[in-house]
Write a protein that binds this ligand. Structure first.
Ligand code: BZD
Length: 839
């Protein structure tokens, strides 16, 4: 390496220059400069998108020094680093978050105002990268935010899908999907790094050979090679200089591979192969909690995992750290089993490419990985047919067989008299067609395993991962989820945040436990009044938005009852719908009945191939169409399905809620995180004893939580007894009336067939036990309606909810991971202050 000319090294960046300065005049100048030089526009012909882009570049410029300095510090110090491997990152818009984290939101707002522009409008322009389905992807994004804020060296690794989660439209009450072109107007937040591209082998076969030193080796001769090109996004922490990296891989054809085909004249064939390679990062699979055993999905997994592990090895080589210390340099957290092939891939890299022995490689591997499980649902557990594995990843299959053989030897020693343990715990499922069980691979290859809420971790230990818990009890450790208060309070609810800061100071944003101090204001009439006023104003804004976009008038004084999350039978949006029909029936039977006026709002996407979920959307819309128009209802009920729920839209929804619906069948929702976001914004929860609801209730106090329904144990017991939903239908008159009204075609223009599939499932199977919980839910909802009338009591409950949500900050979760699994401490980043002499 040549030594660079010292004058070329790191030009001194003045804090006050146009690319770094944070004062209003500098911001304005920089903005106009970017509008001219990057967007190529004079202000008078610029579009709102041009303005957004100019502002985004202005803000990005201000991240760069922190970003590069962060990378440089980690390199110089050889810092131990968390690599968070996730097939999904649901980031949400960057601009607002970066303004908050840089501490320049208000100044930029003023700068824009002085230029005649409205910051809110510009923020609206940003198209969010929808690179995730729901909770799992959003959790990854919250964790990256907390790691940056806590100054923890980390890299997020994932896939740069060209098409993220589809856009949802509603036509005639049905969901229709449109492809999401999030890159269409340019994406200013990323920097491609083609110089760090890596090859990924696919298919082919393996060969044995003896190397020059007489060692027995295996060589993988792939069918073809795909290149992964990293695209980096800086993620700045809150009020720190740390800006960590999210590195997403885009698939590209390898040049060498096209070469032969080009030369032999098969131009079209060569281009076709190029297309096939690029398909790998083309589209996000739109299923949440369902595993689709598709070839392309397995390709996506090996693709981003192999790229990421090779990248880690490159980083170690750059820092001159010997590969034997891989597990000291990195801890690799696997977000569910989607990256679990990493266990075999790291073994392959260490043994085949870096000549390590099995024992050495296995020692490193099992000290490197940790595995987070996000679901108990059997349909979500990933298993890949052996034939598919062999076709795409022949070398990995050999390695997995070897890992399994050695593992089963341990099992045999541990359980000498129990041969069934071998088939139960094997990484290979041999009960019928043979499969690779990815959760088993993850458990065997990891030093730590966690569920995402206390109940979930317990159920994992008792159920799906019971055998692994018996064998390795010390690996298991619960990590209850958390969410970032920067996005879900400061950014999405600035008024509430200001009111809080005025009372208890600003530290709560980084130390959410400090919200406790609000408890002393629970009887303060000023605070109570302000708290109510804020909620009312936000509800009114949402009402205006709904009037403008849906043409439906809603009453901001009504109880805003919101269920916003993916549509899934286990989440039971249709139980909510049954309550609405029940209320409607009561009104029809007695038009003068007293009921608390309510606005029922729903949001969420259904997987495109999940018919029942789509039918639930149709049902909600069908009920809304009738109820919203019926003069007997007299505006006491409104029902709306808000389309295209996204992170951006969620930020508007959480602050507007009075009631948060968290009504999954107990034992089915691993944690939930929406439950936390609603409660932090002063909504009360109606919920079952499921996932993190249990812990939320513990924190806020049972008197401040609307609990109903069976416990997980009761659910299992009832199933074991032989559950017959039809008995409930016959013996509960309100339930029967609700079901019969839907069945009669009342909500479907007389069509009695439309909802029959849904009703049949409920009456004869009811896997998620809506009927068993129906009466408890109705009673609880009626009680909510009463309590809402008692304004003082309600206000008190909501303030206490906010004050007691400290535990659910993702900062707490990340601290727990750091202490228990990762053994990493903060690395502060110093930025030299501006000093004129230095220039
Ligand atoms: O993960 C969710 C769980 O359902 C929630 O209970 C939990 O709070 C969050 C975060 O831990 N799981 C998912 O979101 N899962 C998926 O999106 C998914 C996607 C692809 C394949 C399988 C599952």
């Amino acid at each position: 390496q040549t030594v660079p000319d010292p004058r070329l090294v790191c030009p001194p960046v003045r804090v006050e220059d146009d690319r770094t300065g944070l004062n209003i005049e500098t911001l304005k100048r920089a903005f106009l400069d970017n509008l001219f030089y990057i967007q190529g526009k004079f202000p008078d012909i610029a579009t709102q998108n041009d303005y957004y882009m100019a502002l985004a570049y202005t803000v990005r410029d201000r991240l760069l020094k922190r970003w590069l300095k962060t990378a440089q510090t980690y390199t110089e110090q050889g810092s131990r680093t968390v690599c968070y491997l996730s097939a999904e990152f649901l980031l949400g818009p960057h601009l607002g978050k970066n303004l908050i984290n840089l501490g320049i939101y208000d100044d930029v707002q003023q700068a824009m105002e002085e230029l005649g522009l409205d910051l809110e409008t510009l923020l609206e322009q940003e198209e969010e990268p929808g690179l995730g389905n729901g909770g799992l992807g959003r959790l990854a994004a919250c964790y990256l935010d907390s790691m940056a804020t806590l100054e923890i060296p980390s890299i997020g690794y994932g896939i740069r899908y060209e098409y993220g989660i589809f856009e949802q439209d509603i036509r005639d009450g049905w969901q229709i999907e449109r492809s999401d072109k999030w890159l269409r107007s340019g994406y200013p937040w990323e920097v491609p790094r083609p110089e760090w591209s890596v090859p990924v082998k696919i298919g082919g076969h393996t060969e044995q050979y003896t190397d020059e030193r007489g060692r027995f080796r295996v060589r993988w001769v792939p069918h073809h090679v795909v290149m992964g090109v990293p695209h980096d996004t800086p993620l700045l922490g809150y009020q720190v200089n740390t800006a960590n990296t999210l590195r997403l891989w885009r698939a590209e054809a390898a040049e060498s591979f096209d070469f032969d085909a080009f030369n032999s004249g098969d131009y079209v064939g060569a281009v076709h192969e190029k297309m096939v390679s690029e398909n790998i990062s083309k589209v996000l699979y739109p299923n949440d909690n369902i595993s689709q055993g598709k070839e392309l999905r397995l390709l996506q997994q090996i693709f981003f995992v192999s790229c990421s592990l090779q990248d880690m090895i490159r980083i170690m080589e750059g820092q001159k750290i010997p590969l034997e210390k891989f597990h000291e340099k990195f801890v690799v957290q696997m977000n569910d089993t989607h990256p679990a092939i990493a266990v075999a891939e790291l073994m392959r890299l260490l043994i085949d490419d870096h000549c390590m022995t099995w024992d050495q490689a296995w020692g490193i591997t099992t000290r490197t990985f940790a595995y987070t499980n996000h679901t108990l649902l059997p349909e979500a557990l990933e298993r890949w047919p052996i034939a598919l594995f062999k076709k795409l990843l022949p070398r990995h299959l050999e390695l997995i067989y070897e890992i399994n053989q050695r593992f089963l030897d341990d099992v045999r020693i541990r359980y000498p008299e129990q041969p069934q343990m071998l088939s139960q715990m094997s990484i290979i499922d041999e009960s019928g067609e043979r499969y690779v069980r990815m959760a088993h691979l993850a458990c065997v290859g990891s030093m730590a395993i966690n569920g995402v809420a206390a109940l979930h971790t317990e159920l994992l230990k008792q159920g799906v991962l019971h055998d692994f818990y018996e064998m390795y009890p010390k690996k298991f450790n619960n990590k209850t989820n958390g969410v970032t208060p920067r996005r879900f309070m400061v950014l999405s609810n600035p008024r509430l945040s200001r009111a809080i800061t005025e009372r208890i100071g600003p530290n709560w944003v980084k130390h959410l436990d400090e919200l406790k101090k609000l408890e002393s204001y629970v009887d303060d009439p000023n605070f109570r009044q302000e708290f109510r006023q804020i909620k009312f104003d936000i509800k009114q804004e949402l009402a205006t938005y709904i009037q403008q976009n849906y043409g439906v008038a809603i009453n901001p004084n009504s109880l805003f009852d919101i269920q916003a999350k993916r549509i899934h039978e286990y989440k039971r949006q249709h139980l909510n719908a049954l309550y609405i029909v029940t209320l409607y029936n009561r009104i029809k039977a007695n038009p003068n009945i007293e009921i608390t006026p309510r606005t029922f709002l729903f949001g969420g996407k259904a997987a495109p191939g999940y018919y029942t979920a789509k039918l639930i959307i149709k049902l909600i819309n069908a009920i809304g169409d009738v109820v919203n128009r019926d003069p007997d209802v007299r505006d006491r009920l409104k029902v709306l399905f808000l389309k295209d729920y996204s992170v951006k839209f969620a930020q508007r929804i959480y602050p507007a809620a009075d009631l948060s619906e968290q009504i999954s069948t107990a034992g089915k929702e691993a944690s939930g995180t929406g439950n936390m976001k609603f409660a932090m914004n002063g909504a009360l929860t109606i919920g079952t004893l499921d996932g993190a609801n249990i812990e939320i209730r513990e924190e806020v106090g049972e008197e401040n939580f609307f609990l109903f329904g069976m416990t997980a144990d009761e659910v299992y017991a009832r199933k074991a007894q032989g559950y017959n939903p039809y008995d409930y239908y016959q013996s509960n008159s309100e339930l029967k009336l609700a079901i019969d009204r839907i069945a009669s075609g009342f909500f479907s223009h007389g069509d009695r067939k439309l909802f029959q599939p849904l009703l049949d499932t409920l009456m004869h199977r009811d896997d998620y036990m809506l009927f068993a919980d129906y009466q408890a839910y109705i009673d609880c909802q009626d009680y909510v309606g009463q309590v809402f009338q008692d304004v003082d009591r309600w206000t008190r409950m909501t303030i206490l909810n906010v004050a007691r949500m400290g535990k659910f900050s993702s900062d707490r979760a990340i601290r727990d991971y750091c202490e228990d699994f990762w053994k990493i401490s903060p690395v502060p980043i110093e930025i030299e202050e501006y000093s004129p002499e230095a220039i």
